[in-house]
Write a protein that binds this ligand. Structure first.
Ligand code: 3PG
Length: 308
């Protein structure tokens, strides 16, 4: 019997990416199945029941999904962050979990600068805004997205700083970026700070009042990472204490309604996570996921495994 590869995406890929995934899967002699825009978890549980492989995006693969996916051998998160997969559960079920690092990072980086321009120009409301030229941008974590943000921000003529304890200063400096050794210094120095950290036990709620209060006047925080990394109670305190503070996020925090009611004009939130939602990123990440699955079934290649 042919193994089944299920694409299970509540937020669908562009149809060109779906067609490309199907071609790769069927070209390798595997069966292709698609579950898009599902509205209930029950539909996902049913769809995974006979799949040997699943391609997901931000879709939640928890214990219940893993238990329902009795034949599952591999789950690939078409994207960077894999906080939506229960990694220990996957290991327990002998399921290989992978991501596709770097495949959608330019799309996220372009959104960062796009939202910054929109905010700096007051949402194009006719009033004078400010320019990004000469402003200081701090990048928290110099991974695939951070590097793309740095490249584009340099084109805007921004002064770019980066903090990443896992990346050597020389690597950051080789890109013409100022390496900052203390996180506090990034916040003290930069007019804009953009977050590119994963959501882990260590990073959740880590962007707090003591960091944000260090930022200079007219500061803007940009979060295209995960809403969970920002301490929302302390974010609200900063909003209340600092009339000059602005927050841009993809996707909106849980306290979005309170921010909207109390602090109009000082926030920009996407209604749905849009960072990786481009045709190019969908194709890059989707096809990479399909190729990784085919390679795993054919050769056992586990290069991008994240639940080791
Ligand atoms: C990622 O981790 O790759 C991004 O957050 C994109 O998520 P998405 O596939 O749900 O758009």
């Amino acid at each position: 019997m042919r193994k089944k590869v299920l694409v299970a995406t509540e937020k669908p890929f562009d149809k060109k990416a779906v067609a490309g995934i199907k071609e790769i899967v069927e070209g390798a002699g595997l069966e292709f199945a698609l579950l898009e825009k599902y509205t209930e978890k029950a539909l996902l549980l049913e769809a995974v029941s006979d799949a040997e492989a699943i391609i997901i995006r931000s879709d939640i693969v928890d214990k219940e999904v893993l238990a329902a996916a009795k034949k599952l051998e591999i789950v690939v998160r078409a994207g960077a962050g894999f906080d939506n997969i229960d990694l220990a559960g996957a290991t327990e079920h002998k399921v290989v979990a992978m991501n596709t690092p770097g495949q959608n990072s330019n799309a996220v980086a372009e959104l960062v600068l796009g939202m910054m321009v929109y905010m700096a120009r007051n949402g194009f409301n006719g009033k004078s805004g400010v320019e990004l030229l000469g402003k200081k941008l701090g990048i928290q974590a110099y991974g695939n997205v951070g590097r793309n943000v740095a490249r584009i921000a340099k084109g805007f003529g921004m002064e770019v700083y980066a903090f990443d304890p896992y990346v050597k200063d020389e690597i950051i400096q080789a890109d013409g970026i100022k390496a900052v050794d203390k996180l506090e210094d990034l916040y003290k120095t930069c007019d804009y700070v953009t977050l590119h950290i994963p959501a882990t036990a260590e990073t959740k709620n880590s962007i707090n009042k003591s960091l944000l209060s260090l930022m200079p006047k007219n500061a803007t925080l940009i979060n295209t990472a995960r809403k969970e990394v920002v301490n929302e109670a302390e974010l609200m305190e900063i909003f209340a204490e600092r009339e000059d503070f602005k927050y841009i996020a993809d996707v909106a925090p849980d306290c979005k309604d309170e921010i909207a009611a109390k602090f109009p004009g000082r926030f920009l939130f996407t209604p749905k996570k849009m960072g990786a939602q481009t045709v190019e990123a969908n194709i890059n990440a989707g096809l990479a996921a399909a190729n990784q699955i085919v390679d795993f079934f054919k050769t056992g290649n586990k290069r991008f495994q994240v639940n080791k």
